[in-house]
Design a protein around this ligand. Structure first.
Ligand code: ADP
Ligand code: MG
Length: 290
């Protein structure tokens, strides 16, 4: 792929930025995701919620073009900025990434290059967007690092990922993602390795930054309560399918136990239910009509 081109989006004002219609993915012939349909418009914040194994990561990889080789994908429509995703015959292990889409993975340590300095990684990302001088790279990354709440910029620039704390690494990952000037940020379980206050902070940083840059956000999480505070829309997945789709306000208005999503919310310990004898649980086979 040419390094200097993130092409101007081909868009019409009426079409959503991301459109998935009846997306299905199988691994070695075994269905992992079935008939998933949703769309995200510019600037919107979405969350995919669901238990482990429900297909969340698979949906993200289908959007970002990172599905592994044993995956078979089909859909009625799968497009970003009006351009079909994955319209390539190239059979590489990692498909070419979709211009304008960046993915932040759960484990910042394994996603960041452990050996090279953060500065070198910034320079590489910035040069991937457009040719950037060394001086410009330092200035730009300094601004981005500050925007994610990192102030010890000189030290970070010269450090390798291994020398940063977990919270700092997560912020550096977000900063690197933003340096790519994305139109859609996908964050797959960005907070599950963090303690509760860092998790909240990370969600705040992501949500604020997407608001200021106008990028859309797709967060993947099993923590419906956390997501409900920071996104505009929740898509709930179960066993590879979207079972519910609603706003956080609609979720809050549901009666306890009335839907699967509400069940996920009520099975999380909170300050208001910490003293109940047993948290609500969800039966694996329980059907919900909602
Ligand atoms: N690379 C893979 N090869 C085979 N099966 C996979 C692979 N990745 C995920 N799966 C299976 O696909 C299903 C959905 O997984 P995943 O998308 O990772 O769910 P989640 O992110 O919600 O935990 C699971 O049954 C999982 O075991
Ligand atoms: Mg996952």
């Amino acid at each position: 792929m040419s390094s200097a081109t993130i092409e101007a989006p081909v868009r019409t004002s009426t079409s959503p930025m991301l459109q998935l219609t009846n997306l299905s993915v199988s691994y070695d012939g075994k269905p992992a995701v079935q008939n998933v349909t949703f769309s995200i418009s510019s600037g919107e914040r979405y969350a995919i919620i669901g238990e482990s194994g429900s297909g969340k990561t698979t949906v993200c990889m289908a959007i970002s073009g990172f599905l592994p080789r044993n995956a078979t994908i089909s859909s009625e429509e799968r497009s970003f900025q009006g351009v079909p995703i994955g319209a390539t015959k190239q059979k590489t292990l990692i498909a070419p990434r979709v211009p304008g889409v960046v993915t932040i993975f759960q484990d910042a340590m394994s996603s960041l290059d452990p050996v090279s300095t953060i500065g070198k990684q910034f320079t590489a990302v910035l040069n991937g967007v457009r040719k950037t001088s060394a001086k410009e790279a330092i200035e730009r990354s300094e601004g981005i690092l500050r925007s994610v709440g990192l102030h010890d910029v000189d030290r970070i620039w010269k450090s390798s990922a291994a020398r940063l704390s977990g919270g700092m690494r997560q912020r550096v990952m977000i900063a690197l993602a933003l340096a790519a000037e994305p139109q859609l940020v996908i964050a797959d379980e960005p907070t599950s390795a963090l303690d509760a206050s860092l998790a909240r902070e990370t969600m705040e940083v992501l949500s604020e930054l997407t608001a200021t840059t106008g990028a859309a956000l797709l967060i993947v999480s099993h923590d419906i309560a956390l997501c409900a505070r920071y996104v505009d829309h929740l898509v709930v997945m179960r066993n590879g399918r979207v079972v519910e789709s609603m706003t956080p306000q609609e979720l809050a208005a549901q009666a306890p136990g009335s839907s699967y999503g509400r069940g996920l919310l009520d099975s999380i310990p909170t300050l208001s239910n910490w003293d109940v004898e047993r948290l609500r649980t969800i039966d694996a086979n329980q059907e919900f009509t909602a």
